[in-house]
Design a protein around this ligand. Structure first.
Ligand code: AMP
Ligand code: MG
Length: 405
């Protein structure tokens, strides 16, 4: 099989991934969920003209010139509308959020008044409509204010509440099983024997999946044996997950059993090599309703592949309309050689606003070894080099992916 471009590989990953079924989320549980239907306001906000300040509700014609004396005929607090009209020469004491009484159209703030029993002296002229929030200023019943496919922020949740929703329709969270492979791997916290290393990939993958709103099932580390790898794939299936992500064992070495295990379980691979660096041995397939992503073992490779393929897959399943993390432009902080046929994702630091025009400078780390977690953790972004990109010098434009994970 020839090397696939990243874009073609992503298209295959997404080809038959569909948003998961709907469920209702109460407002308390709605944060971070993805809206499954456009949300239209069930009410108008504010529901009537209301005062924006503490002061006096008056008729604008009465306060066109000042000072002027008005008779205070009522007091109106928020939530207690007055059933009486304000006539000529009259005013009502009013507080923020209270409904403007009939006849009034303007609020004079208390700071420019002098109250004396049943009268008030307005010391400064005021214009019509001042300090009044008209009915529907924020939104009107029927307005679509949150679109389906949006991951709900704290602000969206507040808005949904103000729109009078108790619960909102969201997509079910994707469920993801994470499996590490390798005889050399031990969990963190155990003293590794000679030749052993600590398994770290799964923690990045689980963190990414969770921050995308998925539930994770940790299958742990499996030995480099065909039977053990097959058993682990079956465990993921039995857990009923939507996605199985493996790391390591994806090449064609004598100890790489992921591909044979996938084949033994009847997983149809849509691809197993992608023209990218880091991360060439990358597999995708399906087993019934379970999407399967076989990521490379090197920590940087599994991370970059997760950003490029797992994140969009989870977003599609979660019903999101924005699938890929957005790319941005910056200027290079150093020279780079011409690229070969594989897209390159270089770990880089970003110096924001470093250029005269306020632009950012991205400087790739000198060593781009796909085993190195420290520079990955210290990176702000990935500099994306397209296949066959020509040599570039300091100050040349480049595309970057910000690392938010
Ligand atoms: P593999 O693709 O299995 O040949 O693994 C490539 C490299 O990544 C090897 O050096 C592995 O030790 C390392 N590796 C594989 N899985 C993990 C993991 N879960 N955590 C840390 N390193 C890993
Ligand atoms: Mg291995």
């Amino acid at each position: 099989m020839a090397l696939l471009s990243v874009a073609d590989a992503l298209a295959l990953v997404l080809a038959d991934a569909h948003p998961l079924p709907l469920e209702a989320a109460t407002l308390l549980d709605a944060h971070g969920r993805v809206l499954a239907a456009d949300l239209a306001a069930l009410r108008t906000q504010p529901p009537a003209d209301v005062s924006a300040m503490d002061g006096f509700a008056v008729r604008a014609v009465d306060v066109a010139v000042a000072p002027t004396l008005l008779h205070v005929v009522a007091e109106i607090a928020a939530g207690r509308p007055l059933d009486r009209e304000i006539g000529p020469g009259e005013a009502a004491r009013i507080f923020t959020g209270a409904v403007m009484p009939r006849g009034s159209d303007t609020v004079v703030i208390q700071e420019v008044t002098r109250r004396d029993g049943d009268t008030v002296v307005i010391q400064r002229p005021e214009t019509r409509g001042r300090h009044v929030r008209p009915e529907g200023l924020d939104f009107k019943a029927g307005n679509v204010l949150i679109a389906r496919g949006k991951r709900l922020t704290a602000r969206d949740v507040a808005l949904a509440g103000a729109m009078n929703y108790v619960a909102v329709p969201v997509h079910r969270r994707p469920r993801v099983a994470i499996l590490a492979t390798g005889d050399e791997l031990v969990p963190p916290g155990t003293p590794p024997a000679p030749g052993q290393i600590v398994s770290s990939n799964g923690f990045a993958l689980m963190a990414i999946a969770r921050s995308e709103g998925a539930e994770v099932v940790d299958i742990g580390v499996v030995a480099d044996r065909l039977d053990a790898t097959i058993a682990a794939v079956r465990r993921a299936r039995a857990a009923g997950v939507d996605v199985l992500v493996t790391s390591g064992g994806a090449s064609v070495g004598d100890y790489d059993f992921v591909k044979p295990a996938f084949a033994a379980e009847g997983i149809d691979l849509s691809f197993w090599k992608v023209a990218m660096r880091p991360g060439r041995p990358l597999m995708h397939g399906r087993l019934g309703g379970m999407q399967v992503l076989g990521l490379p073992g090197n920590p940087v490779s599994s991370f970059v592949c997760a950003i490029l393929f797992l994140v969009p897959l989870l977003r599609r399943l979660a019903g999101r309309s924005d699938l890929s993390p957005p790319s941005q432009s910056a200027k290079l902080g150093c020279a780079l050689p011409a690229n070969d046929e594989r897209a390159d994702y270089l770990r880089a630091r970003l110096t924001r606003g470093a250029l005269a025009d306020g632009g950012d400078i991205a400087t790739p780390f000198p060593r781009q070894d796909s085993s190195m977690l420290a520079p990955l953790a210290h990176s702000d972004c990935l500099v994306v080099r397209e296949p066959f990109a020509p040599a570039a010098g300091p100050g040349d434009p480049c595309n970057i992916l910000n690392l938010q994970f």
